[in-house]
Design a binder for this molecule. Structure first.
Ligand code: FAD
Length: 453
């Protein structure tokens, strides 16, 4: 039997839960389908618990910084409170009843199971089939992309999920992948006492960020005792009673645990894209600026490939919901998409790098300042590493990109994101008054430094 409804949402992560809840609140009959936990990766294995771990790890480091600045402090790391907080406050021990109730409370119908498109307007889950009068929304998210390294598949390696659920930090850990997730988790565990080695195939950590950011994070990590092997690929993995043995570079690395964080891929295999008129072989679902893939089918979140961030999923959800309700918002526009890696120092960036701006044909000017050279950075002293870099389209006289690394790099990014988003003229940014002595005052110094790239 087929049940007719207004909308069916596949995947109830940050993107799907938002669309499904909003459509239900608007009075549509909505079926939300989730194979695992309503809320998706972010609250259970991603942003939220990882940032709880980071908060705890950063407290340890701040306490260690007391020596030489404010007396002395004895620090005895205990992972227990962080692990408990993840269970009690973030994940309800990986139980999503609160989130299910929230959706049902908005008037939605919840179905647990793995959904599959059976046509452009129909979805099956278990033995149920739904037909959507207005919209099918695919919000299936991503899962870890595991590289085809010899022997790896046969070992009990960790992904972000096992790392987040850990109750005790391992004595030693190899982290395959020096991107945002790898760097964040590497620093957390190292600060709790784990001997960490990062293996990254690219020539720097955080390869999506500007060279200076990756280099700085590598320097900080080395100072903290984290081993960093960049330009190094793992060739084979073996596991025995002594732990993991990874052949990489010139030798073999051994550790108690192996964390694989080498990227993520969209949960699209076997979901029936071809039956809805979509390309089944594509890595992501191609959507238009209103998040519509083909008439009647929308996609939001990680599956669109626009940026694997919760704020992208939420932004797209808002636009897709309005489009489905027939009250469209302005087109999706990613020219000022911000992202933050929550290492210490934080690495925030928005828009274009100097290289990508030049490749786009712009006459580029770049300005930068070192955080330790600013008044606030100098005052802050220990733990003040960082820089602010701004990228100007010199002909237009506006910033098209920026990077902000520092103790509050992600917060300073707010000002820069506004500048790039609203295309605030550089002359206006220069005319502003910046409170003394804030970290964001470094933006003024970086603007003063603007010169031809
Ligand atoms: C360790 C880590 C840290 C992160 N930190 C940050 C951060 O600080 N800031 C940030 O912005 N982002 C962060 N992210 C990324 C963020 O978690 C994702 O971008 C976000 O969760 C994407 O939301 P989504 O709705 O697209 O997909 P997901 O959260 O992946 O949710 C998709 C849901 O769909 C379900 N599903 C898949 N296929 C089906 C199917 N066929 N039928 C039914 N259900 C299905 C899945 O079970 C899942 O629950 C982090 C990610 C990780 C892994």
């Amino acid at each position: 039997m087929i049940t007719d409804v207004d909308a069916v949402v596949i995947g109830m992560g940050p993107g799907g839960e938002d669309v499904a809840g909003s459509l239900a609140q608007a009075g549509l009959s909505v079926v939300g389908i989730e194979a695992e936990l309503v809320g998706g990766e972010c609250p259970y294995w991603g942003c939220v618990p990882s940032k709880m771990m980071i908060r705890a790890a950063n407290l340890l480091t701040e306490a260690r910084r007391v020596t030489g600045m404010a007396g002395s402090a004895v620090v005895s790391p205990d992972f227990g409170p962080a692990a408990r907080r993840i269970r009690d406050e973030a994940t309800d021990d990986w139980n999503d009843q609160v989130a299910v109730d929230r959706f049902v409370g908005k008037g939605g119908t919840f179905v647990r199971g793995r959904a599959r498109l059976t046509g452009p307007d129909s979805v099956s889950v278990g033995d149920q089939e739904f037909r959507a009068r207005r919209a099918v929304v695919v919000a299936a998210g991503t899962k870890p992309a595991i590289p085809p390294i010899e022997g790896l598949a046969d070992t009990p390696y960790w992904t972000n999920r096992e790392a987040i659920a850990a109750k005790v930090p391992p004595a030693s850990m190899i982290v395959l992948g020096g991107g945002a997730i790898g760097c964040e988790l590497a620093q957390v565990f190292a600060r709790f006492g784990t001997q960490v080695t990062i293996v990254e195939a690219a020539t720097r950590l955080l390869p999506l960020e500007v060279q200076e950011a990756g280099d700085l994070i590598e320097r900080v990590f080395l100072q903290e005792g984290i081993s960093v092997l960049v330009g190094t690929s793992a060739r084979s993995v073996r596991h025995d009673e002594d732990g993991f043995h990874v052949t990489a570079g010139e030798g073999v690395l051994s550790a108690e645990h192996l964390l694989v964080v080498t990227g993520r891929r969209a949960n699209l295999s076997g979901i029936g894209l071809e039956l809805a008129g979509l390309d089944a072989d594509s890595r992501f679902i191609e959507v238009d600026a209103q998040l519509c893939a083909v008439p009647g089918v929308w996609a939001v979140g990680d599956v669109t490939g626009a940026g694997a961030f919760t704020h992208v999923a939420a932004y797209q959800a808002r636009i897709a919901t309005a489009a489905i309700l027939g009250t469209p918002l302005p087109d999706a526009d990613y020219h000022a998409l911000p992202r933050v890696t929550f290492t210490d120092p934080e690495v925030g960036s928005v828009g274009l790098s100097p290289e990508s701006a030049a490749e786009a044909g712009m006459r580029v000017r770049v300005g930068s300042t070192q955080v330790p050279h600013t008044a606030r950075g100098w005052l802050h002293k220990t733990g003040n590493e960082g820089f602010i870099q701004v990228v100007e389209d010199a002909d237009a006289g506006v910033l098209v990109g920026a990077t902000s690394v520092g103790p509050t790099g992600g917060e300073v990014l707010g000002l820069l994101t506004l500048a790039v988003h609203a295309r605030v003229p550089v002359s206006e940014l220069r005319a502003m008054i910046y409170a003394y002595p804030t970290f964001h005052r470094g933006v003024e110094d970086a603007l003063r430094d603007l010169r031809n790239a």
